[in-house]
Design a protein. Structure first.
Length: 290
């Protein structure tokens, strides 16, 4: 029996036109690929087509990545496709930034250590030292980069040097309680994920869960999004939500909210790592796991 020797993710987008699915699936069949998973979406309002396929190659299939890319580029040129081919088992290099709250960091490190997060966590950066012992317990380098309003530019330069050192591909803000500069937001557009609570109505400033309690909220949630210049308003990747009631005191809401934040952030990181997210017109198309 032939054993699969390699699996890949092919993602592509292009203007909407007839034959977009066929050009992908027919080429994969002709190249000896067997499609395990296929998701597609045609945005009728913006006339844009998106597709994500996972395919495998059998042991007796000859596969030359360079030849594959050259031939698919020629085949898809007529459709003006923007596309990317990634090994299914590829793990992007991730650096996490955090301040003092530990719930999101702890969750990500646990998932990573147990093999349930398809990334390579290279380092943790913080403007405080509170979470240094937690990070180092997981055998991950920890960098303390303190910041003040007058040292923001120097601190971000130090942070960028660390990101460059580890060839970081995804920056995760796991409750990093500082606002990135315009320059950092531009450099990391589409490559930096943030998490924040999303309560109805929105409560900004200190003690949001206490504010929520005082208003008698019935929903507690969190939003994971790409970083942008508009604070907490970048393209949304995924959201989590649970119902609550009058029996939830501020401490209960906080505890519930932290759980949702951790789960929502981990899901967003996983979706990014698995090439399930397309960015277009400052919004996302996300092919979630079924």
């Amino acid at each position: 029996m032939n054993q699969p020797v390699a699996s890949y993710v092919l993602t592509a987008s292009c203007p909407s036109r007839s034959g977009t699915v066929d050009v992908v699936t027919r080429f994969l069949r002709e190249s000896g690929g067997y499609i395990n998973e296929l998701n597609s979406f045609d945005d009728e309002l913006n006339q844009r087509f998106f597709i994500r396929t996972v395919f495998r190659l059998e042991a007796d299939s000859e596969f030359d990545r360079d030849v594959f890319c050259q031939q698919f580029s020629e085949r898809s040129k007529a459709f003006e496709m923007e596309w990317e081919l990634t090994p299914l088992d590829y793990k992007p290099k991730v650096v996490i930034m955090v301040s003092k709250y530990d719930h999101c960091l702890n969750d990500l490190l646990y998932r990573y250590r147990t093999g349930n997060l398809s990334v390579e966590i290279c380092a943790v950066i913080s403007n405080h030292t509170d979470l240094q012992s937690l990070t180092e317990w997981h055998d991950i380098p920890f960098y303390h980069c303190p910041i003040t309003p007058s040292t923001k530019a120097q601190q971000e330069s130090q942070v960028q040097s660390i990101l460059d050192q580890y060839q970081c591909e995804l920056l995760v803000l796991a409750r990093y309680m500082q606002v990135l500069s315009h320059e950092m937001c531009e450099v990391w557009a589409g490559k930096a994920i943030n998490i924040h609570h999303s309560l109805l109505p929105g409560f900004k400033g200190a003690k949001p869960y206490h504010q929520a309690y005082n208003k008698g909220v019935k929903l507690v949630g969190a939003t994971a999004h790409y970083v942008s210049d508009d604070l907490d308003e970048g393209p949304i990747i995924t959201q989590g939500m649970e119902t609550v009631n009058h029996t939830y005191y501020p401490e209960d809401l906080t505890r519930k909210g932290k759980d949702i934040e951790a789960q929502t952030l981990a899901r967003a990181v996983q979706y990014h790592a698995e090439k399930r997210i397309f960015l277009f017109n400052d919004k996302t198309i996300v092919f979630e796991r079924s």
